[in-house]
Design a protein around this ligand. Structure first.
Ligand code: LLP
Length: 421
């Protein structure tokens, strides 16, 4: 994350030239901090990697659905991949045009399907046979044609971290290819359905461009079959999963350009070049992950046996990924102290043994009151926050140019108190 850099003059970490201690003093800790310019750079890099092909970047907003981030991406031309009626509402409110919104997910409710049809989104991504029946029935009732894409499961190993693969690679996602093939005639014949695309998403943090190319080749060949069967196929959606570096990789990932190229190569390999397909991608993490960090303050340093526990004011409530997946996030002091680097468990105040941000992590000396930065938390950080232990949601700020703006005020304890109680 090149935008969180050491400012030599100030002797501390800064984000786009803005000192992190200033932000911490003014908004308190813990706080999520984002760089608008980093988000913009990521969007442009992904977008450029797909050119010269016709394409659309549908941001997987589950990674971070903050309205200000959505508005920024909307202004750059991004679409959205939504997974609930709530996300669809937010995407539309942020000004993302409906024709640039796709709707994924295995469990869409009738109300959500009706909402998507009313909004006239680009495509509903179908993940099961019974879902097709429901979409068709609701579309008939409304007297409209539902634009759909079939999300197929190309059965390609994404070569990702097992913790993330388990989360997304269960059998619950997508249609098996032979099921999709069997459904094809009935979809083509239906006057309530228009099959406009084939989609896949092989996983998050995909280890390389090759698995993506393999998956796209399979999907493209199926798209060709669908077109030959009479479906008005115009899009191939290669899903998201483009990786970012968290700091514990043995070797760097291929650059994003390679991922864009892999999709184009996969379409050719699948024999679908002549379909003139629009390439759709659904990156979430790649768009915002690197652009964010969490500022946290050391509350206590506790030596227990041979262990050093650094207890900070951020916790699994602000960043669930270490607890949930054993995920690695680099953690660095905002102002470095001289001294030996030794191992520490960096933990939060939440009453769970699993509430840790890092285990056995080499760390220079730190003292009560020191500020730390948890890196690469822009994706699936604030988005997965909870209020467990009656902890108010943390503040969020975005740095734009040489100023920052609070885009979520820290919740007050009064805000948490259940309405109706
Ligand atoms: N498209 C679909 C259909 C998805 O299911 C997902 C992520 C994405 C796109 C975006 O994937 P990305 O580009 O962000 O890797 N909470 C986990 C990640 C769960 C991802 C679920 N689906 C984490 O913190 O790593």
């Amino acid at each position: 994350s090149a935008h969180f850099v050491h400012d030599e003059d100030e002797g501390e970490l800064a984000i786009d030239g803005m000192g992190l201690s200033t932000i911490a003093e003014e908004v308190g800790t813990p706080a999520h901090v984002y760089s608008a310019s980093a988000i913009e750079r990521a969007y442009r890099a992904i977008d450029a990697s797909l050119a010269p092909a016709k394409h659309m970047v549908c941001y997987a907003m589950k990674a971070n659905g903050h309205p200000e981030i959505l508005r920024l991406l909307a202004s750059l031309g991004a679409g959205a991949d939504v997974v609930s009626g709530g996300e669809l509402y937010w995407a539309l409110a942020a000004g993302i045009p409906p024709e640039r919104i796709v709707f994924s997910g295995v469990g869409k409710s009738d109300a959500e399907i009706a909402y998507a049809l009313d909004a006239g989104i680009r495509a509903i991504h179908v993940e099961s046979e019974p879902e097709i029946d429901v979409i068709e029935a609701i579309a008939r009732e409304k007297g409209v044609t539902a634009r759909i894409a079939l999300r197929v499961n190309p059965d390609v190993d994404p070569v990702t971290h097992p913790y993330i693969a388990t989360g997304i690679h269960g059998t619950k996602f997508g249609l098996e290819l032979d099921v999709a093939r069997r459904l094809l005639p009935r979809i083509v014949e239906s006057d309530g359905l228009e099959l406009e695309g084939i989609a896949c998403h092989i996983g998050s943090q995909i280890g390389g461009a090759k698995p993506l190319e393999d998956a796209v080749a399979i999907v493209a060949a199926f798209a060709k079959e669908c077109a030959e069967a009479g479906a008005p196929i115009r899009a191939l959606d290669a899903g998201g999963g483009w990786p970012i570096h968290y700091g514990d990789e043995d070797a760097p990932y291929a650059p994003w350009n390679a991922f864009g190229a892999a999709i184009r190569a996969g379409i050719e390999r699948g024999g679908a070049s002549d379909l003139d397909l629009e390439i759709v991608v659904e990156p979430g993490r790649a768009m915002v992950g690197d652009a964010g960090g969490i500022l946290t303050r050391v509350l206590y340093v506790k030596e227990q046996g041979t262990k050093r526990f650094v207890i900070v004011d951020a916790a699994m409530t602000e960043l669930l990924r270490p607890s949930l997946y054993g995920a690695y996030h680099a953690i660095v002091p905002v102002r470095a102290r001289e001294g030996d680097v030794t191992a520490a468990d960096i933990v939060g105040p939440v009453c769970e043994t699993g509430d840790f941000l890092a285990l056995d992590r080499p760390l220079p000396p730190v003292q009560r009151g020191d500020l730390l930065l948890i890196r690469s938390t822009g994706a699936y950080g604030a988005a997965m926050a909870t209020r467990y232990n009656a902890r108010p949601l943390a503040a969020e700020v975005i740095v734009e140019g040489d100023a920052y703006r609070v885009i979520r005020e820290r919740e007050r304890v009064e805000d948490l108190y259940p309405r109706g109680a």
